[in-house]
Each structure stands twice: as structure tokens, then as C-alpha cells.
Design a binder for this molecule. Sequence first.
Ligand SMILES: [Zn+2]
Length: 224
Amino acid sequence: MTAARHELARAAAHLASLGLSPGSSGNISVREGDRILITPTGADLADLAPDALSVLNLDGGHAEGPRPSKEFPLHLAFYRREPATRAVVHLHSRQATAVSCRPAWSGRSALPPLTPYFVMRVGQTPLLPYAPPGDPAQAAALERLPFPCRAALLQNHGPVVAGTSLRAATEAAVEIEEVSALLLLLGTHPTRLLTSAQAAALAEKYGSYWTEEAARDGATVPAR
Ligand SMILES: [Zn+2]
């Protein structure tokens, strides 16, 4: 797992350098076989030691290393519900967290289809009802969501994003922050969203998820 350890530390430092890890918040994991490598509790993403990461089994058992982030159940939920998941990133990044305090755009996505890259890199991102950080019931709710997704917004908390590679998960976490910034910037201005047909075509071409119920057509409607 040595290469994965260094890759995880590099990704963490990158996200911290972008200002997406305020107050040393956030946690990252990578799956290798039936083991999960994850940031330890209290870790600073800007300064992770590759040889001081936690290792978990898929059932959440602590295999080796320091104690994992208490938010590890969210990571396990994505590995369990999506076998193709190879990495999970959870942040308290400012603008996505601001959006998590507002009503969801639809039942399947907190964020509307504002840009092609959001649909391509992230896809529908449901709002999970508030729970205290580390609550296993919230992770169970994520695992049981009855529609596909590779990201969710935890209400009043922040985004959690899965990817088929660490790079994909990292890029998706950055994209969520960007589309959240756009949404906040647009405020109550009349806003054109992608149509459901446009979003569905992108999702199909790029292998993301944007299912019909996420879309609400309307050429120029307020984003929220
Ligand atoms: Zn958190």
C-alpha cells in the first residue's frame, strides 16, 4: 500500500492548498482490495504522514495504524453501495457547506445542473438529512439510498464524494465547491439550468449519474 499512502497524502495536501480543508477538517480514504486506507482522527490534511494512516477492513474493523477519523462510516457506505468506488473524499469546504444549509434543489440532488462539468464529474448529489458527525445512522441512510449517486451533501455539514480513482474523487470534490460557488453567486437571479435531456446526455456519455427525477426543466428559472 506504499504507493496508495503517498497518493493519499498528496491528494490531501492538494485539497488543503486549495483552501478546502478549513480548520484541519476533512478526511480521505482509498480502497485497496478489502482494506481501506483512511486519514486518522485529528489529522491535518495539509501535513499527513504517509506512514501514519489508519487501515480498516470493509466491515469497519480497525486493522492497523492510528485511530481512524470518526467519520469513517460515511466512507464505508460508499465502498459498500458502489463496488467500483476506489476513493472517498469528505470536506467541510465553505461554499458547498453553505449550500448544505439550504433546501435541496430536488429529491435527488441538492445542486441543480448548472454546468456540464458538474454533471460529468459529479452527477446528482442528494442532500442527506442532518446528523451529528460520525453518526452511523447517517452512513446507513447513504448506503441505502434507492438511486445511484457518487456524491452527497450532508445537511449543515459538507460534501462527501466517491470516485473510481482518488484523482476522480478529488476532482469531483473541487467541482462541487465550484458549482456551489456559482449557485451562491447567482443568488436569486433568473438562471438557466441544463435541460434534463442535456444533463442525461452528458451523464450517459461520461458515465456519471443524472436520473430523470433529478431534473426539473425550465429555461430560465431561479436556481432555487
Ligand atoms: Zn465532516
